[in-house]
Every structure is written in C-alpha cells, then in structure tokens.
Design a protein around this ligand. Structure first.
Ligand code: FCB
Length: 463
C-alpha cells in the first residue's frame, strides 16, 4: 500500500516534445535542412533508415494534438523551435512562415489555458552552420544568440518560459565524440570545444533575452545522471568520478559556478589544453539562471578498465567519453526499459538533492522523464502498465525530494506522443499517446489517462 501524495499547489504539470521528433513537413514553409536531416538521410546512420521527414505530422495536426493535451489537463507544454524553420540557413532575417507556425501554435495553447514552454535548441542545427564548422567553431555560439534573440522577439510577447539548449552533453559528445548523433563526427577535441561553445551560446542567449525581458524565466536543460561505481574499490570510484565529471559537472560547474572542474580538465589533458576558452567566457556562461531544467532517465554504473587489457588509444575509439574511453559501463541485472536503460527512481532523488546541495540555489524543473516500452495495440487500446509504473515511481521520487527541501517546481513527462527517437528512428516508443505512423492516428494510452488523473488530483492516489 503506497500513500496518497499531494504536490505543491503551484506545481507545473506538463509534457514535452521536440521539433524534429514530431513536426515533419521537413521541406515546407521555408524550412531548410538541419544536421538531423542530413544525418538521417545518410544510409546506415539511423535504424531502418528512418528520417524525420513526416514524423508525427504535427506541423499540420497541431490543433488536434493540443486538443489531446487539453483532454489530459496539461498545465504546460514544452516544445522546441526548429531553428531552420525560424531562420533558414542559420543567419539573417526570420522566415515569416516559420514564425507564423509557432505563433499559431502558441496562441492555440494559450487559448486552451496551456502555458507554452519553448526550448530554443533541441539539436537541429541548420546545416550551413555545420558546414561552417558547427559547434566546435566559436562563431556558432554567436549565431545561436542571434537566433535566440530573433525568436524571443517574435514570441516573447506570449511565451514566458525559455530554455536555451536541450542536453548540450548529447550535442557535444554524441554529435562530435562518438558520432551516434548528428552531425556524426568522431573527434574528441572537437567534442570538448563543442561543449564549450554550446555553453557560451547559452550564456549569450540568456543575456540577450534578459536585456529585453528581465521578468522571463530563463534556463538550460541538462541531462543529469546518477553515477555509481560497480564496487567500492578506489579504481571503480575513480571511474565514477570521471563519468560524473563528463556527464554532469562538465556542464553544471561552468553554468552554475563559472569554472570547469579541475579534475575533469586534468582527465582531458591528452585531448585538449582548453586553449579555446577565452577571457570572459566563464562569466558569460555563468550568467545567472532563473530556472534549471533537468532531464533524468537512468543511472550509469561504471567500473575501472580490466587490468592487462590495453585501452584503445583515444583517437582510434569513437567514444562518448573523451579522455575516459577506458571506463567500463556495466549492468546490474535490474529491470530496464526498451532502451536498455536501468530503471532507477532513487537516482532521481539523488540527482535532485545533489544539485540542491552542491550548487547555488535555483528553482528546478524536471523537463523530461519517461520510458520506452514495447507497446501493443489491442482492440484499439494500449495498456502501458510499465510506463505508468515508471512515471509513478519517478513522481514519488520527485515528491521525496520536495519534502527534503529541493525547490522542484514542475515535471514534464517525456513524451506527449510517440515520435522519432533520433538514431533509433520510430522503433522506440516513449509517448503517452500512441501514434500509428501509417495513418497518423493518435490513441491515448493508459498512461495518458493515468497522468490526467495525477494532474487533476495534483498528486498520486493511494494504492
Ligand atoms: C532525451 C532527449 C529527447 C528524447 C529522450 C528519450 O535525451 O532530449 O529528445 O530523445 O532522451
């Protein structure tokens, strides 16, 4: 028997999506290709060659989707702007058709009493900016700030919540480190530089927006992990320190404290001398935030390299973990999702309490949390009990953190609906709403009804 749990009365209940994962209409309305169009159209890089060309066709069906959000009682909807739809080619004036699409979307949300929450960058860099060097090039940070100001100029009269970047770790280390994500490059030094320029772009964007509207809620979303050593040995503990350093502190420390963690700089010594960091950068990067978004999915359990086995030289092994390629990621045999990610709700409490304890206080939001499972449509229904259990456990974790004094202000489920799961294409389903990609039929799953009930009672029922 679990207890009924009630959340603070102002708690913001939402769901999240991202432009390239749902919009489709890739060549419509003046949109030009992003790195994800190029990547997904390159044979062999996404599962089954899937692309976001059509995705959930949300570009044409957004009103229907907002109706479904209304039925769920969502208080807020977090979505991202497609940079190449707003600013084709990544520079210059705004594209009126792109602006018009987002204004209609936002107006329809507001008319339905749903607070729009905009993410400016959820991974779809305009291809011409990649051709000019992408995130490893400093200029991309300036371009991003320009695009952020432009977007805020056309939507800032009706959108109050702004996230600069979604998960810069993925953009930097999956995009330029292992190459598992667009643009698909494997160059450890470029990955570290990309991480820096992403954060620089974030800081410049916050400054540009804050100059215009100091009252707006501005932040960044980081994908933070609980990290633990497989065993309590000095070598495994050091492996955990390295991975925590790259996954979490590489971003948290510059953004919230204005400095790179010294141990991480040391771990990266063979990869880069950090010569790309210029005077004044760290002040820009640590421009105070009004909110910090956290995406939480799982825990990393890691171990030291096996003795006697030579690690691949870093320049030969494409890795997400520059300078720490030799660390082993191990599984503990606990239940996993369809992504093979361990289900670990206590890890969420750990992450929230850690951020609260170790960094200057800032209001926190879970901007993504959710799980992929193999869903079956039976008689037009999807009874996704595993997803409900996942959400339930993680919301209980959120409640525990709030009770412990963590300033957690809201929660966004990932995702509103099934969508293009990046390199996995349409083979992984994270949605509370099932999407039939042939007919574009939407079917709310059990989790959608369950979440609607959570929102209605502002908490979890006793079980
Ligand atoms: C996050 C991404 C999101 C989605 C989920 C499953 O890393 O921000 O777009 O892919 O993972």
């Amino acid at each position: 028997m679990t207890n009924q749990l009630i959340f603070p009365s102002t708690f913001l209940w939402g769901a999240a999506t991202a432009a390239y994962q749902i919009e489709g209409a890739a060549t419509e309305g003046g949109r030009t290709p992003s790195i994800w169009d190029t990547f997904s159209h390159t044979p062999g890089l996404t599962k089954l060659g899937h692309t976001g060309d059509v995705a959930c066709d949300h570009y044409h069906r957004f009103r229907e989707d907002i109706k479904l959000m209304t039925e769920m009682g969502l208080k807020s909807y977090r979505f991202s702007l497609s940079w190449p739809r707003i600013q084709p080619n990544g520079s210059g004036r705004a594209n009126p058709e792109g602006v018009d699409f987002y204004q209609r979307l936002v107006d329809d949300l507001l008319e339905n009493g749903i607070e729009p929450w905009v993410t400016l960058y959820h991974w779809d860099l305009p291809q011409p900016l990649q051709d000019a060097g992408g995130w490893p090039a400093r200029d991309t940070a300036e371009r991003f700030a320009e695009y952020a100001a432009l977007s805020h100029h056309v939507l800032g009269d009706r959108v109050r919540y702004w996230t600069t970047l979604n998960e810069p770790w993925c953009s930097a280390f999956l995009g330029y480190g292992s190459g598992a994500h667009a643009p698909g490059l494997s160059d450890p030094e470029a990955a570290v530089k990309a991480g820096h320029h992403l954060m620089l772009g974030h800081g410049l964007a916050v400054q540009a927006i804050r100059d215009v509207r100091p009252d707006h809620e501005l932040g960044i979303t980081l994908n933070l992990y609980a990290v633990s050593p497989q065993q309590d040995t000095p070598a495994d503990v050091d492996a955990a320190r390295r991975i925590d350093g790259l996954a979490n502190r590489f971003f948290l420390d510059p953004i919230l404290r204005g400095e790179y963690p010294a141990d991480v700089v040391e771990d990266l010594a063979k990869v880069t001398d950090f010569g790309h960091v210029r005077e004044g950068d760290m002040e820009i990067i640590s421009t105070p935030l009004s909110v910090l978004g956290i995406n939480y999915y799982s825990r990393h359990v890691v171990a030291a390299p096996i003795e006697g086995v030579e690690p691949e030289p870093y320049w030969r092994a494409p890795s997400n973990w520059p300078g720490s390629e030799q660390v082993r990621f191990v599984t503990r045999g606990v239940p996993v999702t369809d992504m093979n990610w361990e289900i670990d709700a206590p890890g969420l409490v750990e992450v929230l309490e850690r951020v609260h304890r170790e960094y200057p206080e800032v209001p926190l939001y879970i901007t993504e949390n959710g799980a992929a499972f193999v869903d079956e449509v039976v008689d037009g229904e999807v009874d996704d009990v595993d997803r409900v259990a996942y959400f339930d456990a993680h919301l209980r974790a959120c409640h525990t953190a709030i009770e412990a004094g963590v300033p957690l202000r809201g929660y966004f489920a990932w995702s509103l609906m099934d969508n293009f799961e990046w390199a996995w294409g349409y083979t992984k389903r994270f949605g509370m709403i099932h999407v039939d990609y042939d007919s574009q039929l939407r079917t709310p799953k059990s989790s959608a009804r369950w979440y609607a009930d959570v929102i209605r009672r502002n908490g979890l029922a006793a079980q």
